[in-house]
Design a protein around this ligand. Structure first.
Ligand code: FO1
Length: 325
């Protein structure tokens, strides 16, 4: 009798328990997918594991572009046209810094600067990056959980013929014009997942590899020691959405980086990178002919329109994927 009651309580708990969704996220493409998802699923059911490989120290400040993109998105502050920074920001401080002789190729707006000042201040007080992110999110009224993939310093460096440069220098300062010889996630071997990363993978019902650069956005997350094992162990359905339509990425330098590393610049190339970790791959209808090749990797494949030009597209894509899985 008591046993039966216990079982019933357990099933009631399962029925009442909300769906837990974990999203591995980089910058612009991820933000679009997350925005669509957050219009369909309650925000407090979403955990974002944010890439930290793009983080960069400039002007004495610690800047975390991918964390900030998702944080500004949830705070309603994101510049949706650019996909980064604060909407309607001004650049007065940066212009003044140029007068003083500072390098200003990385466009830090005035409001955005306030975030980096507060983050750097809190880090200098001894808080971890996860703790600082929590403080920043709370201050901006963000309810979704945003976790940096690691509190250890991981920096994505690009090896070019001129030497090894930071990803932001490669992408923003040099406009991705150098040939890519190798990509190094500096510091990753010694890094640990930050608190909550492994739990949010093991306890999730659904995990999304958002449509982001597999080399410099998702790569530095899944290569943090322990993360791949958790993705293999989890009972969640793991779904990746293509960042590439046809032969080109929707945005960013994914094509150049994948080519440099010898990957096929196509949805198939992305599926090959993720093949051991995912159950489902979502590609665009224009690439539907690749479905059988991807399914030969042991992955279920869904073809739909993946281009997200507006909020209607973003919501439709998120809803369609949720219905399919
Ligand atoms: N991207 C650019 O192309 N040019 C910039 O000047 C630039 C400044 C910037 C400032 C703050 C921030 O959070 C992001 C910024 N980004 C800029 C985006 C960023 O370089 C990348 O798109 C992401 O790191 C990739 O996810």
């Amino acid at each position: 009798m008591w046993k039966e009651a216990q079982i019933n309580i357990f099933y009631l708990y399962l029925a009442a328990r909300s769906t837990m969704i974990t999203v591995l996220a980089g910058g612009t493409g991820s933000a679009k997918f997350v925005r669509g998802l957050s219009k369909i699923v309650p925000t407090d059911e979403i955990t974002i594991i944010s890439n930290v490989g793009d983080n960069v120290e400039l002007l004495g400040l610690y800047i975390c572009p991918d964390i900030d993109t998702i944080m500004y998105l949830f705070a309603g502050l994101l510049d949706q046209r650019r996909g980064w920074g604060v909407a309607n920001d001004t650049f007065k401080a940066l212009n003044m810094l140029r007068e003083y002789g500072f390098e200003t190729w990385f466009k830090l707006g005035d409001k955005d600067l306030a975030t980096h000042i507060q983050r750097t201040f809190l880090l200098k007080q001894g808080k971890t990056l996860s703790e600082v992110t929590e403080v920043l999110c709370r201050s901006l009224g963000v309810r979704a959980k945003i976790i940096p993939s690691s509190n250890s310093k991981i920096e994505t460096k690009i090896l070019t013929r001129k030497g090894k440069i930071h990803f932001q220098e490669f992408w923003v300062k040099r406009k991705a014009k150098d040939r890519v010889l190798a990509v190094i996630y500096e510091g990753i071997e010694q890094a640990e997942p930050s608190p909550g990363v492994i739990e949010s993978i093991l306890e999730a019902d659904k995990i999304f590899f958002s449509p982001a650069n597999p080399v410099t956005s998702i790569g530095p997350i899944i290569n943090v020691p322990g993360v791949k094992n958790a993705l293999i162990e989890t009972k969640a359905t793991v779904v990746a959405i293509t960042p590439i339509i046809g032969k080109a990425p929707v945005s960013g330098p994914a094509g150049k980086l994948m080519k440099g590393l010898g990957y096929d610049v196509s949805p198939l190339g992305v599926a090959q990178i993720y093949s051991d970790l995912i159950d489902v791959f979502v590609l665009d209808t224009v690439d539907a002919r690749l479905k059988s090749k991807i399914e030969q990797l042991g992955i279920k494949c869904i073809a739909t329109s993946t281009l997200m030009a507006n909020l209607v597209d973003e919501k439709r894509l998120a809803r369609e994927i949720l219905e399919h899985i």
